[in-house]
Design a protein around this ligand. Sequence first.
Ligand SMILES: NC(=O)c1ccc[n+]([C@@H]2O[C@H](COP(=O)([O-])OP(=O)(O)OC[C@H]3O[C@@H](n4cnc5c(N)ncnc54)[C@H](OP(=O)(O)O)[C@@H]3O)[C@@H](O)[C@H]2O)c1
Length: 291
Amino acid sequence: MNWNAVAGRFAPPARLAVIGDPIAHSRSPQMHNPALRACGIDAQYVRVQVPQGRVAEAFRQFARCGFLGVNITIPHKFEALDAVDVLDPLARQLGAVNTLAIRDGRLHGYNSDGPGFLRSVKEAFGVEVKDLRVLILGAGGGAGRAVAVQSALVGCRSITLANRTLDKALAVMREIREIGNVPLVGVVEMDDAHLAYQMSGCDLVVNATSLGMKSADTKLLPADSIEARHLVFDMVYRADGETPLLADARLAGAKTVDGLTLLLHQGAISFEHWFDRPAPLEVMREGLRNA
Ligand SMILES: NC(=O)c1ccc[n+]([C@@H]2O[C@H](COP(=O)([O-])OP(=O)(O)OC[C@H]3O[C@@H](n4cnc5c(N)ncnc54)[C@H](OP(=O)(O)O)[C@@H]3O)[C@@H](O)[C@H]2O)c1
């Protein structure tokens, strides 16, 4: 493909992108393009489908075409770790790169999902993760591991890791114990009885599984284990309504937030890496609302 010809078709010129496979569903352009316009930056943010195994090659092409930065989504966040020249220590610790900044031809890799999670909790619930007892469903996946490690780095009160494949949660538990900031770290099977028991001792529950896009998806928690005092964070979001977990949480009177808030805050942090200035958060929020 002649990348220069493709990039040249855009006005303003394509200088930022999100890569994934598939990628057509991504709402990131609707969030970033209004932000670029609001800040008077002559650049456009586009979606680019990149197959697995081609991330390093794509990064070099972006650099050659004068791109400033890239967001990386499923399934490329791990491959991107090895495709950058300079890896931010937080991205190394969280085990994934979702933001690339290209400076003087050098590829700098960051993770904005972890810090975006902290900002989302603060904005949605008015509390800091460090003050909470956290239960993570899907703690063995990429997003769940990032949330778990980020929560450990800020020294939250306790972490319980639940995952369908228990070995993956056990591996995350060992990493968190090595960080050494959290007094209580445990692993639990993902069945109703164990999860209901764990709910009684947690403040914040995070869905980091890939379940919840469809109303018919298996329920993650027994509905009667959710109390009004719980803070319920679903990393998944749906264009056509609430996830089943958030519907149950709302009925229980709990406070809720969905993955769109995380998308917003991780996007704002990426913008800060690219332009070294605060992101126009409300413009980005409005862009996502209209998407
Ligand atoms: N809002 C945002 O900005 C944002 C950012 C990042 C991720 N996310 C969302 O977070 C979710 C997870 O992403 P990821 O990158 O972590 O994916 P991933 O690495 O593929 O992990 C998927 C997780 O879901 C679990 N899972 C899958 N099917 C399951 C089932 N039937 N029952 C129980 N658990 C099941 C997996 O368990 P096993 O380990 O047993 O397979 C694993 O823990 C996705 O929906 C993604 O869209 C949202």
